[in-house]
Structures are given as C-alpha cells and as structure tokens.
Design a protein around this ligand. Structure first.
Ligand SMILES: [Mg+2]
Length: 371
C-alpha cells in the first residue's frame, strides 16, 4: 500500500527499530496452528509472529483509511470536531509490579489512564496507538493477557487500536499508549476555567486505589492469593470516567476539569494553579468508602491525609459556576450510578486548604515522578 502517509521520525528511542506492525498481514495468523505450543516466551515466538498475533485481534472501522501493516496509520478526522491527543505509559517497577498485577490489569490500566485523560478534556475516545516493550523471557501467554485487558476496555468504549510497535526491553515491561479523541469546539474542558465562587466536585469515591495497592503489596510473598475486594479492584482496573467527562463538556456544566492520577491533593493544586485561584476543601465532605477509612484508622493513620495523597483513583474533579447547579443535577441523572460529591469551593485567596473541624490545614504532597 502506498498511501501518502507521514513518515515516522527516523530517530527512535528504541535499540531495535521494528516497523509499526509492518508486513504483518503476510505472516501466520492465529488459525495457522503455530500458536498452540505454549508456554512460549516472546523471544521464542519472534517479533514478526508477535506482531501478527496482535494485528489479528485488531478491528478496523471505515474511518481507518490505512491500518496496521503500513508505516503509519491514516484516519479520517471526525467531522466538526477537534482532535484531542494524549499519551501515557505503564512502566514495570514504577506503575505496576508483575508479582501482583495480572497481565490483563496491566493492559487495562495502560489504556484506562489515557481514556481518563481524554475524559478530563470532555473528549470522546476514538483511536489508540500501542507500543509494547517486552523482555525476551516474557511469556506469550502474558502478552495475550495484556491484550485481553486492553482490548476489552477498548471495546467497551469503542476505541480502535490503529497501529502499534513492539520492541525488546532490556529490563522492565513497558506498555505505552497514545490515545486520540474527538471533541466539538467550545466543548473542551481544561484545568484553567475555575473562578472564585465556583463549587468543586468529584466523581465516584477517592482514596480506594491507594489502599488497594497497599493491600496488594502486603500479599507479596504471602501464603494466599490476592483478595478481590473493591479497593484492590479500584487499583487494578480503574474505570475511566469517559461518560461523565462527555456529559460535563457537552452540557457546558464544568468550568474546569481534571482527572485524578496522582491524588486529590495534586489535582486540586493543578486546577488551582492553572486557573489562578485557590480552593478550600471540606474534609468532612470527601467521598470515602467506609473500608478505606477503617483501613487508615486500624493502622493509626490519618484517613483525610491518606485519601488526599493517595493516587491511582482516576476520578474526575471539576468546578461549576453556582448558577449551573440545575444543569449539573440534570447531567448527574444521566450519569446513572456514579456519585457526584461537592467537596469544596474555589477562592480568590490562592492557597489550597483543607477545612477540618479542628481548623484549616495545608494539603499533603501528591505523587510526583523524579522526587
Ligand atoms: Mg490527567
């Protein structure tokens, strides 16, 4: 195929430079019988067969003009919409630990964190680009698992994986995803629109994923398997709030919006800084599961502090003008079971403070890489 496509940059960050699933349509497929010799490692399987195996699982809607098998993908933009682009990687040892995060959860998380970013912009997700960096001894079964998790979530949100790349990793497993969404002009949500007097809301419940992660960490080397409770699930398979983000944008409810990847404290700081305002949070209003509160109390920890600092929730925080409360109520009804909780107010004073019955206090630090 010789479609007029933009060339990929020649300088690549990888040691080997495999083309993006190139030539994969000529290679053995799942039906060829070559894949029943498990458990195989990625090295034994080989790059081309690996690419073919991944490509065989991808769907191709009509707006994908050139799909997997060429140097790059070509897609038709959505009419009347702006493209929204985001990228985020899951790195073994930084974002997940293979000892307690199953392959499907690695795949799910890799896409979920990107869909969450699109949701925060009010965008409808459309396409994703996948780059897999795998050590040679990585089992093929686990590759299938990563794809299971990623493609199941993609299906649920009608996201098409349009192109990808596989590279040998000298160490950690890395799943790098770029996601593309569409949003109408003037429906874009950003972090920068909050004004003094606006109300601050959060979707769902917060603090659960961080507790789930700690529960999982405690099971490493333990006698039994992993507990499958709500908090563990929140960490392993976060649900990106795609519908909530779309509704907030389309109905012009939110003045500012952001997704929570690195904790509520970090989110509040980012929105406040981008909008040039302060925020006062009511500690007693935070939507926290009883289990999460008990988890902290049982360990003599401050649950407000834990909930504000804990990351990985992937809920949305957003602000609204008080005059838009009725709009918010209408939108909330469309969100179904997802709770929406008012947690604070935007202030002119640029500090971000937590109001507790014992007085105001400063926010705990959120997670930050390289610190
Ligand atoms: Mg984000």
């Amino acid at each position: 195929m010789h479609a007029s496509v933009a060339r990929k940059p020649e300088a690549r960050l990888t040691t080997a430079a495999p083309p993006a699933f190139a030539g994969s349509f000529d290679l053995p497929t799942r039906q060829s019988g070559a894949f029943h010799l498990s458990p195989l490692t990625v090295s034994e399987f080989g790059e081309h067969a690996l690419i073919a195996r991944i490509t065989a699982r991808l769907t191709r809607p009509s707006w994908v003009v050139v799909g997997p098998g060429d140097d790059a993908a070509v897609i038709e933009p959505e009419r009347g919409s702006l493209d929204v682009l985001t990228t985020d990687a899951q790195v073994e040892g930084v974002h997940f630990d293979r000892r307690f995060v199953p392959p499907d959860a690695i795949g799910h998380r890799a896409l979920a964190v990107n869909l969450s970013d699109l949701a925060a912009m009010g965008a409808c997700p459309r396409a994703a680009l996948l780059s897999l960096m795998l050590p040679g001894d990585f089992p093929m079964e686990a590759v299938d698992g990563i794809l299971d998790g990623l493609l199941t979530l993609a299906d649920r949100h009608r996201v098409t994986v349009v192109v990808g790349n596989v590279t040998r990793s000298p160490g950690p497993v890395i799943v790098d995803v770029t996601a593309i969404g569409a949003v109408r002009p003037r429906r874009v949500l950003t972090r920068a629109g909050a004004r003094p007097g606006d109300e601050v809301y959060v979707t769902g419940q917060i603090g659960g994923a961080a507790v789930g992660l700690r529960q999982l960490q405690a099971t490493v080397g333990g006698p039994s398997g992993v507990a499958t409770d709500l908090q563990v699930c929140r960490y392993l398979r976060p649900e990106p709030r795609v519908r909530a983000g779309l509704l907030l944008g389309r109905n012009r409810v939110a003045s500012a919006c952001m997704d929570l990847s690195d904790g509520l404290a970090d989110g509040l700081r980012q929105v406040a800084a981008a909008s040039g305002v302060g925020i006062a949070i009511d500690a007693t209003a935070l939507p926290v599961d009883e289990n999460v509160r008990e988890y902290h109390q049982a360990r003599g920890l401050d649950s407000v502090e834990g909930v504000l600092a804990g990351g990985d929730d992937y809920e949305l925080i957003f602000t609204i003008r008080p005059a838009h409360r009725r709009r918010l109520r209408a939108v909330t009804r469309l969100m179904g079971d997802l709770p929406i909780t008012k947690v604070g107010t935007v202030t002119r004073d640029r500090r971000v403070v937590v109001r507790t019955p014992q007085g105001d206090r400063d926010l705990p630090a959120g997670f930050e890489h390289f610190r």
